[in-house]
Write a protein that binds this ligand. Sequence first.
Ligand code: ADP
Ligand code: MG
Length: 349
Amino acid sequence: MMASCSRSPFLTVAAAARRSDRRLVVRSVQAGDGAGLVDLDLGSTDSPKGWAAYPLAVARALLAAGHAIQGADLLIDSDVPIGAGLSSSAALECSVAVALCALFGIELPPMAIALVSQRAENEFVGVPCGIMDQAASMCCRAGYALFLDTRTLVAQQVPFDLPAADLALIVIDTQVKHDLMGSAYAERRSSCLEAARLLGVPALRDVPAGEVDRALERLAEFGDDVLVRRARHVLSEQARALEVVSRLQAGQPETIGELLSASHRSLRDDFEVSSPELDTVVDVANAAGALGARLTGAGFGGSAIALVAEHDVVAVETLVNEGLAERGFGAAACFTVVASAGAHEVTAQ
Ligand code: ADP
Ligand code: MG
């Protein structure tokens, strides 16, 4: 028997040292624009532009939560693709938060650091993201998927050792970003809130599984087809997510592909957050033998993921790029990812 193929995880690393003043001096190998220098006590209107806003935001969120941090020098290095919908921003925030906590002796559980990092992105960078990316950056374990309840913040580890099952998860980055993302996110969110309000539940997840069809019929009576489709996506996605968890717990990762593809169809037709490039990637990957594929992240560009038998990886990657070229789209960057550990201190002082 062949040993399972081991791939190294994508990592963001933050090296940190104390300073005697109250400044953060931040450098990133990827930014390559020299040091960003920010005063911890700056007024919020003086926020730095560009990437230095993220580490400063984390420092501010720690201060706002009552943690006594001082000045620090930070050096960031990362091979997480930036701006591809894979949350390099959460990786940056969480690695900086872990580094600052370690440096100043602040002991916080992983989910608390995720919340600080989310607050940093929401309040101090101004991106209204949820908790999922930061929770994954902090709480994941090698070989497991994270099943996260974003209401209770209960997180459960679900077996996801794909190499052991001769499977691979390919990320296919279309390298296209559409401007729609910000406004569409707010629109989808308000449609879901409105659908929940009409149904008389706090959130769509509160519709019991056995009452989904009835709830959609009731919504249809209000005559807004768009609202019905948005709700149908969320309600069906909820069921698919639970089904994926139970199949992974049963040790059947090879069976979740069809659910990924069903999810993509729902994101494309009901939630309407796909793009022609992403649809092409998903269709071609499936035609080339992938077990399933879907867009990932916020949509309107960015990346898709495909579940593929290990021996089909090269063929799927090649055919996807051929398919994109045939339709006049630019080449995608493809890489295999593994479920790896969340942010943690790597060297004690
Ligand atoms: P994503 O999180 O999907 O990668 P975002 O637009 O949310 O995309 O975050 C990307 C931004 O995060 C970059 O524009 C940059 O400001 C910052 N960033 C992420 N990683 C790094 C890094 N290694 N060095 C400097 N800035 C980074
Ligand atoms: Mg991000």
